[in-house]
Structure formats: C-alpha cells, structure tokens
Design a protein around this ligand. Structure first.
Ligand code: 1CP
Length: 368
C-alpha cells in the first residue's frame, strides 16, 4: 500500500464523544476548559510502575499493546480531555540508525553520539517510517480503537533542534554546549542534520495521522537554551516547515488536524503564533496575561502551571488553577502543566488539578 492510500483509508474508529480539546485548539467555544497533563502516563501512577517493572523502556515503546495500556491508565483514574500516545521523542534518532538506551537513574543515553560532521554519514537519510516506526503507528491505531471515542488521541514528535541536541550530547544536558558548538563551528552541517530530521519528522507525523492521531504535538523542549538569533536560524524555520508540509499533505487528503508546538523560549512567542501551529504550549515562567497579549488571539495557548504546584495542598492547587484560568481566559485555552508530572507526585493531586480546571472553568463560562 502506498503512503498516499494509507493516508485516506477509513479505519472505522469509534465516534468521538468529547471533542472539547479539539474545539479549544481551534479557538471555538467550549462548556469547560479542556485539560491534560504532559507525562500523564508515568511513574507517579502505581499501575504504570507495575506494568513497566523489569521491562526495557524502548522494548515497551515497541509493543503496541503495552503502549495502549499505558496510554489508557491515566484515563481510567481522571477525566482528562485528551490522551497522548505512550512513546518517546528519541524513537526518531533510533529510526535514523542511532543506538539509544534508557539507563536507570540516568535517562536516555546514546553510546555513540555524533561528534563531528563526518558522523552524519552514519545516519540513514531516507527513512522508511512505515518500516522503522510502524510500531508507533500500530500503537496509535490500537489505542484509538480501545479509547472508544472517550477523548482525542494526540500523536507527537521531538522537533529537529531538540533531537539534534540529544544526538550530539548523547543524553540530557544542562548546557547543551556540545550541540551548540556545532551551531557555531559547523553551521552548514547543523543545517544538514536539521533538514534530515525535518524530512523524517514530516513523514512520521503524517504516518501518525494516517494511523489515527487526532492532534499533533511537536516538542521543541530545548528551545530555551538558544538565544533569539540562534532560535531564528536553527529552530524556527524547521518548526515552520514541519507544520506547513504536514498541513499541505493533510489538506490534499481532505484532513485537518490541529498542531501544537511546545517550547520554552518566550522571545519567540510572536513568531510562533504565526507559524501554522494552532496551539502554542508554554512553561510556567511566563505570565498567562502577557502570553495572551503577545500572541494577540492568533493561536490557542496550552499550559502552564508549574508542575511543582502539584506538591501543594489541594485547596491551594484549586486557587492556583483559578488564577491561571483568569489569566488565560476560557476561550482558546487548554490547561496543562508547564512540564511533565514528576514520579514522586501524588496521583490524588493530579485529580485535584483536573477537577479544579473543570469546576472553575464551567463557572467562569456560565458567567460570560
Ligand atoms: O521508565 C520511564 O518511565 C522513564 C520516563 C519516561 C517516560 C514516561 C521517559 C524517558 N519518556 C517517557 C514517555 C514520554 N516521553 C511521553 C509519553 C507519556 C506521556 O506524556 O503521558 C512523551 C510525550 C515524551 C516526550 C519526551 N521525551 C520529551 C518531550 C517533552 C518534554 O518532557 O520536554 C523529551 C524531552 C523526552 C526525552 C526523555 N525521555 C525520557 C526522559 C527522562 C527524557 C528527558 C531526558 C533529559 O533531557 O534529561
């Protein structure tokens, strides 16, 4: 089957019952503000720890059944308005031929990171995403069926600069100095790598939509380490290119899927609000009101509670949520954390967060 045919094949998915998240992404009216959490499937849930116990992280990612189960777990506990497929952004460098392992206590690790531009020759330029990442597509299709139309299913990818920085750093980093060295010493090779990643990401995101993803999130998690000029040169053009190419291809197939861009580079808010993404995700270091003013109604916003606020007592969580809702307003807004849930957080407090968003926003919308 060609990719084009694959894109338009109906799959008889159950009808969507709660489309609040999709409507908010498009800036339409809703009865409540939708809410979901980054890393809502994660180690803070005892059932997640049990399912994952003794199993390799990337082997888990390669099992559609395991990914489906882990995606559904948080939905059984909390009335989230969306689910994100369980996977990881680092499956893309793997598909391009790099070895990535999840090391306990250390996080993702590349035993042989890219050191010099010659190392680009080690990468597979033309990636057959159906072959290399078909397991993610199968996980999405299975989960979309098993979710029974309760809420939309989000697909995702890391953005080119964020993936490039992992491929050169070999894992997490505070300074990203190895990856940033490339930007200053090897700008041409950097652009070559970013372009290679962009091409794979476009195919990967289209494959996810064909498999059943109802929204797409592009995580530029390491944008904040770049200054405005480097962001404009090495991140923004690729983010824009991804959204434009994905949307053009979807349009040809008569599809329209909202796209989200998540980043932590405030200086780029104006530009990102005019980059073909319907939603921009924010971290907690920006004031909701000023984010609204600077994006001028051009995009919906997602975020941005400090995840550490989940350590507060429930009443305080409720107050923080209320203020956040007042800052963002209830239209064109999707409540979330500014970063993922941490493993030592109380599941009950995540429940309190979700409830507070629903309760306060319903009241606010009634009063409009
Ligand atoms: O064994 C484990 O449980 C390890 C923890 C974990 C989990 C639950 C990792 C390792 N990845 C994931 C799943 C994951 N990763 C999801 C799906 C689950 C959900 O959100 O409900 C998603 C969307 C991601 C995306 C991801 N992975 C990002 C982008 C979002 C963000 O956090 O900025 C990034 C940067 C990663 C890399 C990664 N994977 C895992 C870790 C610990 C990290 C960060 C490493 C570092 O930079 O230090």
């Amino acid at each position: 089957m060609s990719k084009q045919e694959n894109l338009i094949l109906p799959k008889d998915f159950p009808q969507l019952k709660n489309d609040t998240f999709l409507r908010a992404a498009r800036g339409e009216e809703t009865e409540h503000v939708p809410v979901w959490c980054m890393r809502q499937a994660g180690r803070y849930l005892p059932e997640f720890r049990e399912s994952r116990a003794g199993k390799d992280f990337f082997e888990t990612c390669q099992s559609p059944e395991a990914c489906c189960e882990l995606t559904l777990q948080p939905l059984r506990r909390f009335p989230f308005d969306a689910a994100i497929i369980f996977s990881d952004i680092l499956v893309v460098p793997q598909a391009m031929g790099m070895d990535v392992q999840m090391v306990a206590g250390k996080g993702p690790t590349f035993p042989e990171p890219l050191k010099e531009p010659e190392d680009l020759q080690r990468l597979q330029v033309k990636v057959d995403t159906d072959k290399e990442l078909g397991y993610v597509f199968r996980a999405i299709t299975l989960t979309r069926h098993k979710i029974e139309g309760k809420v939309p299913l989000i697909g995702f990818s890391g953005a080119p600069w964020t993936l490039m920085s992992y491929m050169i750093e070999g894992g997490g980093s505070n300074t990203h100095s190895k990856a940033k060295r490339w930007l200053y010493q090897h700008p041409e090779a950097s652009h070559m790598l970013l372009k290679m990643l962009t091409d794979v990401i476009v195919e990967y995101l289209l494959g996810q939509v064909a498999a059943g993803a109802q929204a797409l999130q592009v995580f530029e998690s390491h944008a904040g380490i770049l200054g405005p000029a480097e962001f404009k040169d090495f991140s923004l053009p690729y983010l824009r290119d991804i959204a434009r190419r994905v949307k053009d291809k979807l349009k040809e197939a008569g599809q329209d899927v909202p796209m989200f861009c998540n980043k932590d580079a405030h200086y780029a808010l104006e530009e990102l609000s005019q980059s073909n993404y319907e939603v921009v995700g924010l971290d907690w270091t920006i004031d909701p009101l000023s984010a609204r003013e600077r994006t001028g109604g051009k995009v919906s916003l997602q975020g941005n509670m400090d995840p550490c606020a989940l350590y507060a007592p429930k009443e305080r969580i409720s107050d923080i949520v209320k203020k956040m809702l007042e800052g963002f307003g209830t239209r064109g807004y999707i409540a979330n954390l500014g970063h993922g849930v941490y493993p030592d957080m109380e599941p009950e407090n995540i429940g309190a967060f979700v409830e507070a968003v629903h309760q306060h926003s319903k009241q606010m919308i009634k009063q409009i």
